[in-house]
Design a protein around this ligand. Structure first.
Ligand code: DHB
Ligand code: FE
Length: 282
């Protein structure tokens, strides 16, 4: 992996290296590619004519695209500005009725260490400046039957907004784990309440946001990937009621069904129940 530092360049290159290692194919036919190509270029042509885009603006775009590549920021930029539309189409096309998905973002890493159904996420002493949070619930089918054999993969940023493996000096699996539910599909995870998250903004994604007067913030969020045998896996995120940027996420990835409202439990720790209902895999 590229040398990591807590900058757009560092996390961008780490996200790019991770993505490149996956080598994706899509099986898209020439006919479908042709239809998409025509619509893309018709839309771009329409924008160029509508706004009478200048030669200098065209050259700035060319330079900016070169910069995004050199900073390794394509995974960051694409996941912030486009992934939510892809995710929405994916959801609507198949008429899923289980738990809503949301964007994966650039920082998922598969094969995080397995943890028992009642567990505490791997964390450092210094992470405990953030308040503890208990997330409990059940993984079920659409009829509410618990699904033994399900796993809940959880990953989120530390109190400084950094994800392990995408910033330096963080233990490899900090705040990442694959929770194995119990025989009834239940889990109870103790972790930390994340803080709002600023996407890396000292590189070309940040320049882009400044150029149109936007902001680089995402609301505090937990990332989850929930899987069970024979069920459609759901990649999603959970947010916090009343949290900053919940109504104004730079990545447009918040859905009302995904907002938590934790309350103090008997020990005074913020606790919330969230159940995941998985659609059949077909
Ligand atoms: C990005 C970061 C995230 O944590 C996320 O959830 C979505 C996008 C990003 O930097 O692109
Ligand atoms: Fe994130």
């Amino acid at each position: 992996m590229t040398t990591l530092n807590p900058t757009a360049h560092g996390s961008g290159n780490a996200a790019t290296d991770k993505f490149k290692s996956e080598r994706v194919t899509s099986g898209t036919s020439v006919e479908r590619a042709s239809a998409i190509y025509q619509d893309v270029f018709e839309a771009i042509a329409g924008i160029i004519h509508k706004h009478e885009v200048t030669y200098d603006e065209y050259r700035v775009l060319k330079q900016w695209m070169i910069d995004v590549g050199e900073y390794g920021e394509w995974p960051l930029w694409l996941d912030v500005f486009l992934e939510h539309e892809i995710e929405e189409v994916h959801y609507n096309r198949k008429h899923f009725t289980g738990t809503k998905g949301s964007i994966e973002g650039p920082y998922y890493v598969p094969n995080s260490p397995k943890l028992p159904s009642t567990c505490t996420m791997p964390m450092r002493e210094k992470d405990k400046v953030a308040p503890p949070l208990v997330l409990k619930g059940q993984v079920t089918d659409l009829e509410g039957h618990g699904l033994p054999g399900a796993t809940v993969e959880l990953w989120h940023a530390d109190a400084d907004g950094f994800y392990s493996q995408f910033a330096p000096d963080i233990p490899e699996w900090n705040l990442r784990g694959t929770i194995e539910v119990d025989a009834n599909g239940n889990f109870e995870i103790t972790t930390l309440k994340p803080a709002p998250y600023q996407i890396p903004n000292d590189g070309p994604t940040g320049w882009f946001i400044k150029s149109y007067g936007g902001h680089p913030w995402r609301p505090a969020h937990l990332h989850l990937l929930v899987k069970a045998p024979g069920k459609r896996a759901v990649t999603t995120q959970l947010y916090f009621q009343g949290g900053e940027w919940v109504d104004n996420d730079v990545a447009s990835a918040v859905k009302p069904e995904l907002i938590l409202d934790p309350q103090p439990n008997a020990d005074g720790i913020a606790e919330v129940t969230y159940n995941f209902a998985l659609d059949p895999d077909s």
